[in-house]
Design a protein around this ligand. Structure first.
Ligand SMILES: [Fe+2]
Length: 292
């Protein structure tokens, strides 16, 4: 019978999984890069490499030799099991969002569409459970003239550090009312109802999902001292964990991940060097081997 490593009732499965994960954890972002020749026709070796890398750190980087448009991105992701796209109102007919600074509206309503720094979060933390984002792909068509680097931290590492320090942190973060996001209201009315849910949760297959934002404005946390402490510990880890990866995507490169924690530095475009990123988000996760 399969023992869930995330069960707080017993430590044996958890410790076995944790030790294997930490022993195999990659050292630097470049260790996570797979070169791919044709994104719409991946070889078995390329698929295996990406899956294996995601199995280690919940994300992988790729460098495509071929140019990728949005239809290619959809096809690329489908070969890795990502089919059920989660589109937001800004997405196009493919369900893909185009992230670039709009010269007409350089300070948009949503930070990802501007050039300001983007604080630590997982995607879709404001979504209801029915629209949970389990993975996403960021594909870089063109980097910024300066800045625009990403930082990534595997949410399973955060889980491990917190549980090893105090399992009550995990229990508090798994409370079904741990974090409430108020409704998104514009002059046109309610764009999204308020959502309440846990920070850490398990999907039906027993995989760990994290719902988190480092922003403090308009986030209502459950009033519980141990939850306050857990949040402080997460903030410390996001500041100085030695498991944080940093990488600035170059043209033709992309990031594919099981919705790990991530942040972005601010950036500056120039007349002939402007950041252009395609973002596709999915209900599916990149399958690896169970809890490998
Ligand atoms: Fe994001």
């Amino acid at each position: 019978m399969f023992d869930c490593p995330y069960s707080l009732e017993t430590n044996a499965a958890y410790e076995k999984w944790r030790d294997r994960k930490l022993n195999a954890y990659p050292g630097k972002a470049e260790d996570l890069l797979t070169e791919i020749r044709d994104p719409v026709n991946l070889t078995k070796r390329e698929i295996d490499s990406i899956r294996k890398t995601v199995g280690l750190a919940n994300f992988a980087l790729y460098q495509s030799r071929g140019v990728m448009d949005k239809a290619d991105l959809v096809c690329f992701a489908a070969q890795l099991g990502l089919n059920r796209i989660v589109a937001n109102p800004e997405a196009d007919q493919y369900g893909i969002s185009t992230l670039r600074v709009d010269s007409i509206d350089p300070r948009p309503r949503y930070i990802p569409y501007g050039n300001q720094p983007l604080n630590w979060h997982t995607d879709g933390y404001y979504n209801p459970d029915s629209a949970r984002i389990r993975s996403f792909v960021l594909h870089c068509t063109s980097p910024a003239d300066q800045g625009g680097g990403n930082r990534m931290l595997d949410h399973e590492i955060v889980y491990i550090r917190l549980r090893d320090e105090n399992p009550r942190f995990i229990r508090a973060l798994m409370h079904p009312e741990a974090m409430r996001i108020p409704a998104n209201v514009s002059e046109k009315g309610i764009l999204r109802n308020d959502t309440v849910g846990p920070v850490f949760s398990l999907d039906r297959c027993g995989h760990l999902n994290m719902r988190y934002t480092a922003r403090t404005r308009s986030i209502q946390w459950r009033d519980e001292p141990v939850l306050d402490l857990a949040r402080q510990r997460i903030a410390t880890l996001l500041e100085k964990s030695d498991c944080i990866f940093s990488h600035t995507l170059q043209a033709g490169q992309g990031l594919i991940c099981n919705n790990v924690l991530h942040a972005r530095t601010g950036f500056t475009d120039s007349a002939n060097q402007a950041r252009l990123i395609y973002r596709a988000r999915y209900h599916d996760r990149v399958e690896t081997t169970p809890h490998s």
